[in-house]
Design a protein. Structure first.
Length: 413
């Protein structure tokens, strides 16, 4: 007796519970990076993905990081799970890096800090925490911002809206419009702010604007959520922490997610942290407990290897000094590429003002190019950048900056 007809019928009518799923279009940045990798043209230039490359076009391994990792490997030892909140040594080092040794907020025990799976992990944990403990609170993001900001908070079930930020005509911040919008928000609204090196525009708030913004935050009882992914790439490691230090000094309650992907070139190690500056020590203890619970429901505990590297680099004075010098060198190389890009474009198009390349800070710049011009750059010149016109300046080097600048000049009307 054969069961073949029955099996065929069963196969034909088998349950397909996921057949209704929509195809994933892919992340626009990562998909563009994949297209770059498949491009066979030898002269191609990748200005799309937010990664720091050295002048040879390689992702560097910092000497300070190499030494810290070598010491860890030499010591060997077991590799247990870290606690939900992560390495105590890394968390303490992160707090000192963000707020400075002896900051009153640290002395008062007001800061609850988690080691996270990159700053993206910190954003995700923060989003889940907000959804659970501040139900109904909306999140406001800058127009424009990093695409994944919206996706992360909406993915947590939070309503996301925008506030005015970038002035396309003047190349600065629409600060008056930004303040007007924030001053009208309901109390406990969460406002996502880039602490430095705004992604994607490279246009930052001044210290005076941060002070004015802090007044609005206090008056409206808003909750800032700072994203600090590029510390050291703007004006320096301490200078780029101005915003969290100011808000903490003024006794405000806020989140800050920070990353060591760029500053230590630890992209794949997923080294980051989330800190929540609270009203007092008792509140910080409650917050840390619920942040730990959030982590337990998500990835359970963060990476051991990443924690060891960061804690050593930040905690050992000799390594810390070498690291700060290496970050300064990376920052200066990006600035040199900005200056060269500006010089070539200004020479090729003497009637246009390209000064924004010199005033924007960090890895990214808004070029003002249209989507059609960006497509021409890719198709005709093998120069890859985002459809928004954002470029990663760190993708330029002495071997490609002239060609990239000439290509940009060629597509500008």
């Amino acid at each position: 007796m054969t069961h073949a007809p029955m099996l065929a019928a069963h196969t034909e009518h088998q349950m397909k519970p996921f057949s209704h799923l929509e195809p994933y279009a892919g992340d626009p940045i990562l998909s563009l990076n994949e297209a770059f990798g498949a491009d066979a043209r030898a002269h191609k230039v990748n200005l799309s993905i937010g990664i720091y490359f050295d002048d040879a076009g390689h992702i560097p391994v910092l000497d300070s990081v190499r030494e810290a990792e070598a010491r860890m490997l030499a010591e060997g030892g077991a590799k247990p799970y870290l606690p939900m909140e992560g390495s105590a040594a890394m968390r303490s080092a992160v707090q000192a890096l963000l707020f400075g040794d002896g900051h009153p907020a640290l002395a008062a025990g007001r800061v609850a800090t988690l080691q996270t799976v990159g700053s993206s992990g910190g954003l995700k944990v923060g989003a889940d925490f907000i959804r659970r403990w501040l139900p109904g609170a909306g999140v406001w993001i800058s127009d424009p911002t990093w695409d994944n900001h919206r996706a992360m908070f909406e993915g947590a079930g939070i309503a996301v809206q925008t506030y005015p930020y970038y002035d396309a005509a003047g190349g600065g911040v629409r600060f008056a419009a930004m303040c007007e919008t924030l001053a009208a928000l309901p109390p406990r609204s969460v406002v996502l702010l880039h602490a430095c090196c705004h992604n994607p525009t490279g246009v930052d708030l001044t210290q005076g604007q941060w002070r004015e913004l802090a007044g609005i935050v206090r008056e409206r009882e808003l909750l800032p959520f700072l994203d600090l992914a590029y510390q050291g790439y703007g004006d320096g490691i301490a200078a780029d922490a101005f915003a969290p230090r100011l808000l903490a000094e003024q006794g405000l309650v806020f989140f800050v997610a920070n990353s060591f992907s760029k500053s230590m070139s630890l992209y794949g190690e997923r080294a980051g942290a989330l800190s929540l500056v609270c009203a007092d020590r008792a509140e910080a203890e409650l917050v840390l407990g619920q942040l730990k619970a959030t982590v337990r429901r998500n990835y359970s505990s963060p990476p051991l290897h990443a924690a060891g590297i960061v804690a050593r680099v930040l905690g050992e004075p000799a390594l810390r000094g070498r690291w700060e010098a290496e970050v300064a060198a990376m920052r200066e190389r990006i600035l040199a590429m900005r200056r060269r890009l500006h010089a070539v474009l200004a020479s090729a198009k003497p009637g246009r003002d390209f000064g924004y390349f010199l005033t924007q800070r960090g890895m990214f710049s808004y070029t003002g190019l249209t989507a059609a011009q960006v497509e021409r750059l890719r198709a005709e010149y093998a120069v890859y950048l985002l459809r928004s016109g954002r470029i990663c300046v760190a993708g330029l080097n002495s071997g490609n900056v002239e060609r990239a600048a000439e290509a940009i000049a060629a597509v500008i009307d």
